[in-house]
Design a protein around this ligand. Structure first.
Ligand code: FES
Length: 120
């Protein structure tokens, strides 16, 4: 039964984008990747490592005034920052910190066999 489920999931499940060298993303750091065609339906994803785990956020800032969450060190080791107005978002949940704003959109990521799988 489990094997059947895995086959169906493989046929119909969304395949992840595989980003090599998960170990290169250090604790408290973040880097951006692009998934798909940025000229049409592509997305820019911020990959972050917090508490040893990988988290992903869509870089499009929910403040919606043209900013994108920036790469580089995370604020206090766990918040992604939009440089436009310095709003901060918890990379685990996308929750804004100390501002009235929508959540940043989270993206499921898994670390597997030395790579990061991004389900964007
Ligand atoms: S557009 Fe990101 S904080 Fe304003």
């Amino acid at each position: 039964m489990l094997g059947m489920f895995k086959k169906l999931k493989g046929l119909f499940g969304r395949r992840p984008v595989v980003v090599p060298n998960a170990a290169g993303l250090l604790e408290g750091e973040a880097k951006t990747i692009e998934v798909g065609d940025m000229g049409s339906d592509g997305r820019q994803i911020l990959l972050c490592r917090v508490g040893g785990k990988i988290f992903g956020l869509d870089t499009l800032c929910p403040h919606a005034e043209g900013g994108r969450l920036s790469r580089g060190p995370l604020h206090e080791g766990r918040f992604a920052v939009c440089p436009m107005h310095s709003y901060k978002f918890d990379v685990k949940t996308g929750a804004p910190q100390d501002v009235n704003c929508s959540h940043a959109r989270t993206v499921r990521c898994e670390e597997r066999e030395g790579n990061i799988e991004v389900f964007a």
